[in-house]
Ligand binder design. Structure first.
Ligand SMILES: [Zn+2]
Ligand SMILES: [Zn+2]
Ligand SMILES: [Zn+2]
Length: 758
């Protein structure tokens, strides 16, 4: 008997070869009907006998293309229509969009084989792609995801490409960015004045320049990279000077896995991370010694490596370089350049040559960064390859929320039901260009997701530019969210948990409910509310933000809190290195409470102790001193300072015993590596004790870890182990970063909870 079924599928089913897959499947199951993209995903109607329909349903779920991600499938039986054919029909466009757009995908194995096959018509063509690979999010102007709505709309398909595009049996059937040398985008090399030097030989000439130590700006998938030979110390140092980046490590791209293994230890799990379609930068423990330029990552135990993810990358690296530095195409902390003219204007002083193409990048998207810690991937930056895939939260937000994120490492987010769409990495908003990127991202994400927010969530910090922006949006209700509450809600949502949780939120700085600066917090709460159970004893931050850039100020503050303002008798090498006039000024600020806001920040404590140990009196990027302390810590040292843990519990946790113990060790000539490790262990024991007190007071056994401090792998790993040994259920970040890049997720959930109550 003939039956007909209508199947709605939502999820990532557009731009990943899903309709051709459905077409072939229907043919194989002997079914008639149609498939088409709609604003929610894909609509299928199939008609045939019961056995065919059953096989179709089963294989639909089990054999879907690798890049498809089915979120929801609903099925209803409808009257047969008497069709005899199966067809793919054009997209409808009549209702608000619910569709998901695929993130950008790395070059697939089939296309890679064709790229290096001299007999193939796309031999060495830098824009080869198919339904399994290529650009997606970065070329989308609006949905539904069709060629006319992407930056490929200006390239009419040639006859050969059109034939592939319309052939359901072809791998390029409805591949929206499909292209070839006849009809598609082109590549050329030019000098910094924009004068074209080569087209047919563009890649070869760029390689020759790189081999001679030149810096080449390469237009990629989500923006420009600045490329330089990673073995060439002089070239890498020139890049540092021009980019205004003193020491922050550069990311590298290696030709293949074997090349990376020459420089780093790569576990099987890390191999899988490197090879996933998102192709993130993976932080890997380096082998020493190596032949890479020392200036690539000064004083680091880790290298950031990624594999080639576009055909152009393959062509550049394949036969010529083990590794290229591929750092973001920008000066200092500005957003990366994406347009040809923009790059020539902004990067002229940075790059010697420009490898340009004419497939416009519509959405800037930095490389993502991930590391393996405690056996799982941990995102440090969630951007290209992940965005705009949603994070699903346990409880739908009753209203559509726009979350504005924080100030540093900003991302924004939009919610629709239980899907939260986080933006790509936007950056530090105190940079004017980053702030306009922030505004553009809000507008663009609203456009392509067709989400009109009904509620705005923002951080309580009155000086954050994201906060100021939120407060200027009139006509929409707004919810101010405490920074560390947002971190707690983020790690809960990241794990699908809504029940009360103890938050060990260890962070740089965030605005507290009492107007002081928080950051070493034991919170109790849910998305709806929280209380501050315990916190590190607040100390002065002499000079405010200056104390972030100059950790020696924090070190003085901790010393003054511990020993009073007469530090003369201490005879520490740290104090002898400082100018006594500067010391006097800072001690006065602390003493007289002039421009010395109080902070319970854990990140500042790391900074201060790093300075005490003589690591960094000043830093050129955020968390540099804290990272140096992590790198210094002796892996084999088991001791901690028991007297510093004794008074940990509810309320303010004294830190002066910890500083006292560190100073005593320094004066006794204990190795700095041991002191660094003891400091880590002591801090862990302090928070274990505080969490135990919170558990005793509330009977909550669940602990959530969030905040920038957990990027410290030494600390994170041991904290997790100790909590588990104490019988806690521990929530850690997996889908969003533990730093402020994940803040917007927490803001969404909290605003949703507020909306539920009202
Ligand atoms: Zn492909
Ligand atoms: Zn073509
Ligand atoms: Zn934070």
């Amino acid at each position: 008997m003939l039956r007909r079924e209508r199947i709605h599928i939502s999820g990532i089913v557009q731009g990943v070869g899903f309709r051709p897959f459905v077409y072939r499947l229907a043919q194989q199951c002997g079914l008639a009907g149609f498939v088409r993209n709609n604003t929610e995903g894909v609509l299928i109607e199939v008609e045939g006998n019961a056995a065919g329909l059953q096989a179709f349903r089963h294989r639909l779920a089990t054999e879907a293309p690798p890049r498809a991600h089915l979120v929801q499938l609903t099925l209803e039986e409808i009257p047969p229509a008497g069709e005899s054919e199966f067809a793919i029909v054009a997209s409808e466009r009549d209702r608000p969009a619910q569709a998901f757009i695929s993130p950008d995908l790395c070059l697939c194995a089939d296309c890679r084989a064709e790229l290096f096959d001299p007999a193939n018509r796309r031999f060495h063509y830098p824009f080869i792609n198919c339904t399994n690979c290529g650009p997606r999010y970065t070329i989308v102007r609006r949905i539904p995801y069709d060629r006319r709505n992407t930056s490929m709309s200006v390239f009419p398909l040639c006859a050969a490409c059109a034939a592939e595009y319309h052939d359901p049996a072809d791998r390029r059937f409805h591949a929206q960015p499909n292209a070839c040398p006849v009809c598609g985008p082109r590549l050329w090399l030019c000098d910094r004045n924009g004068t074209q030097l080569a087209e047919a030989e563009a890649v070869e000439q760029a390689i020759a320049q790189l081999q001679q130590g030149a810096i080449v700006a390469v237009r990629g998938l989500g923006g420009f990279h600045l490329a330089v030979d990673a073995r060439n110390q002089a070239a890498v140092r020139t890049l540092r000077q021009r980019k205004g980046r003193a020491e922050k490590p550069f990311a590298m791209m290696a030709r293949n896995l074997a090349a990376i293994e020459n420089f780093c230890h790569v576990s099987p799990a890390e191999q899988a991370l490197l090879q996933q379609p998102a192709r993130p930068i993976v932080l890997l423990p380096r082998r020493a010694p190596d032949q890479l330029a020392a200036a690539v990552a000064p004083n680091q135990k880790y290298f950031g490596f990624m594999l080639p993810y576009t055909p152009l990358h393959e062509l550049l690296l394949q036969d010529h370089f083990d590794a290229l530095v591929m750092t973001s195409g920008n000066f200092s902390e500005e957003p990366i350049a994406i347009g040809n003219q923009e790059a020539l204007a902004r990067l002229a002083a940075l790059a010697d040559f420009f490898l340009l193409h004419d497939r416009e990048i519509l959405q800037r998207c930095d490389d993502s960064i991930v590391r393996l810690a405690a056996g799982r991937p941990r995102l440090i930056r969630r951007s290209r390859g992940y965005v705009p895939e949603p994070v699903f939260i346990p409880r739908p937000t009753p209203r559509r929320v726009l979350a504005c994120g924080g100030e540093l490492k900003n991302t924004i987010a939009l919610s629709r039901g239980n899907a939260v769409f986080l933006s790509q990495h936007i950056g530090d908003l105190d940079n004017p260009a980053a702030f306009s990127f922030f505004e553009n991202s809000i507008a663009h994400l609203q456009d392509i997701l067709e989400i009109v927010p009904e509620l705005i969530a923002y951080d309580l910090h009155p000086e954050y530019l994201s906060t100021k922006w939120a407060l200027q949006q009139e006509g929409l209700p707004r919810v101010g969210v405490q920074h560390h509450h947002a971190h707690l809600a983020a790690v809960m949502a990241d794990n699908g948990v809504a029940e009360p949780t103890i938050g060990l939120i260890l962070d740089g700085t965030g605005y507290g409910s009492d107007g002081t600066i928080w950051g070493g917090e034991v919170l109790l709460g849910t998305a709806a509310s929280f209380e501050r159970f315990a916190y590190l004893q607040p100390v002065a931050m002499p000079g405010g933000a200056a104390a972030i850039h100059q950790p020696w100020r924090m070190a003085l503050s901790y010393l003054a809190a511990t020993f009073g303002s007469n530090l003369g008798p201490l005879s520490l090498p740290f104090l002898q290195q400082l100018r006594s006039a500067a010391v006097e000024v800072v001690l006065q600020m602390i003493d007289k409470k002039i421009n010395a806001p109080l902070t319970s920040s854990c990140g500042r404590l790391f900074d201060g102790v790093a300075a005490l140990l003589g690591l960094h009196q000043e830093v050129s990027y955020e968390a540099q001193a804290a990272m140096a302390l992590e790198m210094l810590a002796d892996e084999a040292e088991p001791e901690f300072y028991p007297e510093a843990v004794r008074s940990a519990g509810a309320g303010a946790i004294p830190i002066t015993p910890l500083i006292h113990a560190v100073v005593e060790d320094l004066q006794n000539g204990v190795a700095r590596e041991k002191i660094a490790a003891r400091f880590h262990h002591t801090l862990i024991e302090i928070f274990i004790t505080a969490a135990g007190a919170a558990r005793a007071a509330t009977a909550i056994n669940r602990v959530g870890l969030s905040g920038g401090v957990y990027q410290n792998a030494f600390f994170f790993h041991r904290m997790l182990e100790r909590l588990q040994a104490e019988g806690f259920e521990v929530l850690t970040h997996q889908q969003v970063p533990t730093n402020d890049g994940g803040l917007a997720l927490g803001q969404i959930v909290i605003a949703g909870a507020v909306a539920h109550q009202s």
